[in-house]
Design a protein around this ligand. Structure first.
Ligand SMILES: NC(=O)C1=CN([C@@H]2O[C@H](COP(=O)(O)OP(=O)(O)OC[C@H]3O[C@@H](n4cnc5c(N)ncnc54)[C@H](O)[C@@H]3O)[C@@H](O)[C@H]2O)C=CC1
Ligand SMILES: O=C([O-])CC(=O)C(=O)O
Length: 266
């Protein structure tokens, strides 16, 4: 039985718990959220993970695997200490690695604990192809993220424009993956994933678009290099509980968990 601590219990965490109810080889032992989310999280736990404790930090004992679906700040607060203790971690908030020196810090914590941190592909595909292509050498990688205006609420995209009033597709950001992930921590984790698998946070070109004509979260990756080239378009359904987040992120996290214990992993 693999004993799991789930960090975060919002749109992703709750949907993960729904799916993981079917997995008899895993047990959710702890759900880690800030104190102001205890009441709501206890209600979710009662329904979907009755054996789980709702806590403000990952227990030091009795956890085999930590899975994060909480936000950038949770990596420093919960993932780093777990790695240092030797507990493997699965991370959804990949954009946290856009902070200067943070990827190195995460790596050092994993080395210190003799364990591994796995960054999930989340809402994007072709991370395997990109990471393989990098070995042969990449020349250019572009990422375009297009979401409905409501998905950009509460972000710098609101500065100087009324998102509700947009009548046509509007470029809200153009720059590096590092800047995108820093400015849009809840919307540009995939920009960080694409860049970490490919040309790096500073050389990956990112464009973010608010588009009233789309209902899905549309992600496009274009890559060229010694391997050849590819163009990928994902049209992801957003989660009802959070329009910023694609449902595929949940499936990606559940896949990562199942692959840790499956005799045959794909
Ligand atoms: N890699 C990818 O493709 C994607 C990654 N994400 C990441 O996943 C995160 C969670 O997404 P959602 O579930 O949609 O967000 P949400 O806002 O619905 O839920 C966040 C949950 O985390 C908890 N939380 C917040 N700060 C915390 C902290 N410091 N420690 C522990 N718990 C904390 C909240 O109480 C809540 O339960 C996003 O903020 C983003 O960083 C989201 C979408 C795609
Ligand atoms: O879920 C998505 O479509 C992508 C997302 O929010 C992110 O990259 O942070």
């Amino acid at each position: 039985m693999t004993r799991i601590a789930l960090v975060g219990c919002g749109a992703i965490g709750t949907s993960m718990l729904e799916l993981l109810q079917a997995d008899k080889a895993m047990e959710i032992k702890a759900i880690v959220v800030p104190a102001d989310a205890f009441a709501a999280t206890r209600a979710v736990a009662e329904r979907l993970a009755p054996g789980a404790q709702v806590l403000s930090s990952v227990p030091v004992e009795g956890i085999d695997l930590v899975v994060e679906a909480a936000g950038h700040a949770a990596i420093e607060a919960h993932v780093l200490p777990a790695l240092q203790r030797g507990t493997p971690c699965i991370v959804a908030s990949v954009g946290a690695l856009s902070a200067a020196g943070f990827a190195e810090k995460l790596e050092a914590a994993a080395v210190a604990g003799g364990t591994q941190v796995q960054l999930i592909a989340g809402a994007i595909g072709a991370i395997d192809a990109l990471a393989a292509a990098r070995i042969g050498g990449l020349d250019e990688v572009r990422y375009i993220g297009r979401k409905p205006p409501r998905a950009w609420k509460g972000t710098p995209a609101e500065q100087g424009r009324d998102l509700e009033a947009l009548t046509q597709a509007t470029v809200i950001f153009e720059g590096s993956a590092r800047e995108a992930a820093t400015l849009y921590p809840k919307n540009a984790n995939v920009a960080a994933s694409v860049s970490l698998a490919g040309l790096g946070l500073d050389r990956t070109l990112v464009r973010l678009i608010a588009d009233p004509a789309v209902a899905d979260n549309v992600h496009v990756v274009e890559a060229q290099g010694a391997f050849g080239s590819f163009e990928l378009t994902m049209r992801n359904k957003p989660l009802a509980a959070n329009p910023k987040t694609s449902a595929l992120t949940v499936y990606s996290a559940v896949r990562a968990l199942r692959n840790r214990i499956a005799p045959l992993a794909i």
